[in-house]
Design a protein around this ligand. Sequence first.
Ligand code: UDP
Ligand code: MG
Length: 322
Amino acid sequence: MKLLSIVVPCYNEQEVLPLFYDKITEVMDGMKTEDSGLDYELVFINDGSRDATLEGLRKYAREDSRVRYISFSRNFGKEAGMYAGLEASKGDYIVVMDADLQHPPEFLPKMYAYVKSGEYDCATTRRVDREGESKIRSWFARKFYKIINRISQTEIVDGAQDFRFMTRQMVDAILSMKEYNRFSKGIFSWVGFRTKYIEIKNVERAAGTTAWSFWGLFKYSLEGIAAFSTAPLAIASLLGIVSCALAVIFALVTVIEKLCFGNDIHGYPTIVCLILLLGGLQLFTTGILGQYLAKTYLECKKRPIYLVQETENDLKKTESEN
Ligand code: UDP
Ligand code: MG
C-alpha cells in the first residue's frame, strides 16, 4: 500500500481549518476508493498560531488517526513549516499545500495521475491570472520574476505555487538542502527533477486573512534574490568601472577646455556633486555586501530551522497517562 503525506502549514487558520479538513478528507477518501492501493496521512504544522488552531488540530488528531501535527514553540514562518512537515512525512508521495483552500484539493487526483505515471517527479499548479490581487502587488510580482530570472541561474517560474505533489526522491533532495534562509520557490527548482505545471485560475482564500503584508512580500522577494543570485555583488565592480570611465572622460574634457578655450575651471559645484555621487555609490554597494554578509552570518550560526513544542504523540501520551 502506498502512502501519501499531505503537509499543511497553518498560521492562525482556526476559521478555515474545519473547511479544509472536510474537503481534504472527502477528496482523499474518493481517491482511495478509486485507487485502493493509496492511503494517506495529514501532517499539519501549527506555526505558532495565536488563535485556536492548535486546539482544532488536537481535536482532529484525537478523532482521526491519520491526522498528525507538529506545533512550533513560536512563529517560524511558512518556509520552516514546510521543512518540518517534509521532514516528518513518511509517505511515498508527498503533497505540500496551504490550509486556506487556495490550493484546491480537487486537483490532487490529477496531480497524482501525472506523478504515478512515472513521467513526472513533481506536479504543481501555476496561476495564470492574478485576479483579486491589487494592481501594485501584481506589478511588483511580475517585475520580481523578471529580475530574478535574469540574474539567477535557477529558474523561478512566474505564478508557480507552493502546491506540490512530489515523489519521496524529490523530497529527500529538498531535505538535503539544510540552509537557514529558505526560499522554496528557488529550492524546488534548484533540485531539478521533471515537473509538470498545471495551469489554474487564482482562487481566493476560503476564510480568514492572509499573513502576508506588502512589505513582508517585498522583503521575501529580496531574500529570494540574495538566496539564489550573487549578481548584486557584481554591481560594486560594475559601478566602479563606470565611475572610473566617467572620471577619465571628465578629466580629458577639463584639460581640453583649459588648453584650447582657456575656460576657467568650475571647482566647487563639481566637487560637491562628485563627493555626493561617489559617497552614495560606496554606501549602496557596502549595503549590498552587508546583506550577503548578514545571510552568511545567519547560516554559519547553524541555528535550527524550527523548534517543536508539541506533536500528536505528546498529546496521546499525556492523555493515556491521565
Ligand atoms: N503560513 C504559515 N506561517 C506563516 C504564514 C503563513 O504557516 O508565518 C501558512 C498559512 O497558514 C497558509 C499558508 O502558509 O496555510 C499560506 O499563507 P497565506 O494564505 O497567508 O499566504 P498567501 O496565500 O496570501 O500567499
Ligand atoms: Mg493563502
